[in-house]
Design a protein around this ligand. Structure first.
Ligand SMILES: [Zn+2]
Length: 227
C-alpha cells in the first residue's frame, strides 16, 4: 500500500512556522502542540533537520550563558526537581487502535494507543468529528472529516489554529494542502477551506481560546533558521 507519509515520495509543501519547531525541539510545546508537530515531522525531512539544528544552536547558546550563583536552598530544590523529572512515569495501559486509523501517521496512532477516544460525532452537511484527548486544557484537538467539495464557512480566529492533513486534502486562499501538510492560522486570520473533490479531507485540528505566545528561544532562533 502506498505510504502517504513517505518523506521522499510526498514531501509536504506547507510547514509550521520555525518558531513552533524551535519550541517543540526545546520541549516548550504542550502535549497537543507536540503531537501536531510530531505528525508533520514524521512526513517532513526538512523540518526534522531544522528542529535538530534548533536544538544544537539552542544548546550552544545555553552553554555560553555565564553560570549564575544559586543560594544553597534553591540549589537543593533545583536538584530535587531534576530528580523528580527523571523518575519514570507509571506505564499506561495500551489500547488497541481502531482499524480506521490504519493510514494515519505513527505519532497519532501511538497517542491513540495511550488515550482512546470516544466515538465519531455526526455534524451537519456530512461532517464528522472525533475528539482527541490531551492533558492540556487550554487547547482542543479534533479529527475532522469533511466530504469532498465541502468545507466550513468562511471563519476567522481569535486565537491561532493549527491543522495537519491526515488523508485527502483541502484548498483555501493560501494554497492546496495534502497529507502531512501543516496549516497555521494566526489570530485574526480568516479563511475558507474546501475539501478535495471526491476524496474529501481528514485532518487533525488544534483550536483554543487564547493565542499561543512563543518562547524567547523560539523568537531568538527563528531568524537564524530562516536562512
Ligand atoms: Zn516541514
Amino acid at each position: 500500500m502506498e505510504n502517504a507519509f513517505d518523506p521522499i515520495e510526498k514531501a509536504p509543501t506547507h510547514h509550521p512556522p520555525s518558531e513552533l519547531l524551535i519550541d517543540y525541539a526545546a520541549g516548550s510545546a504542550s502535549e497537543a502542540e507536540a503531537l501536531m508537530i510530531a505528525i508533520h515531522l514524521d512526513a517532513c525531512l526538512s523540518c526534522r533537520r531544522a528542529a535538530d539544528a534548533a536544538l544544537a544552536i539552542g544548546g550552544a547558546l545555553l552553554d555560553d550563558i555565564a553560570p549564575a550563583f544559586l543560594p544553597p536552598s534553591l540549589f537543593q530544590r533545583t536538584l530535587r526537581a531534576i530528580d523528580a523529572a527523571a523518575e519514570p512515569s507509571a506505564p499506561q495501559l495500551k489500547q488497541p487502535v481502531p482499524a480506521f486509523t490504519a493510514n494515519w501517521p505513527a505519532p497519532l496512532r501511538a497517542h491513540l494507543a495511550e488515550k482512546p477516544t470516544g466515538s465519531w460525532r455526526r455534524l451537519p452537511a456530512g461532517f464528522r468529528a472525533l475528539r482527541i484527548p490531551v492533558k492540556d486544557e487550554s487547547a482542543r484537538l479534533w479529527i475532522m472529516k469533511a466530504p469532498g467539495g465541502r468545507g466550513p464557512l468562511l471563519h476567522s480566529h481569535a486565537a491561532d489554529e493549527w491543522t495537519v492533513v491526515l488523508e485527502g486534502g483541502f484548498t483555501d486562499e493560501t494554497g492546496t494542502y495534502a497529507a502531512g501538510d501543516f496549516a497555521y492560522m494566526a489570530p485574526g486570520d480568516s479563511h475558507r477551506m474546501v475539501a478535495e473533490p471526491g476524496e474529501g479531507c481528514v485532518c487533525l485540528l488544534l483550536t483554543r481560546e487564547h493565542p499561543r505566545y512563543l518562547t524567547w528561544l523560539g523568537k531568538l532562533l527563528a531568524p537564524l533558521l530562516r536562512l
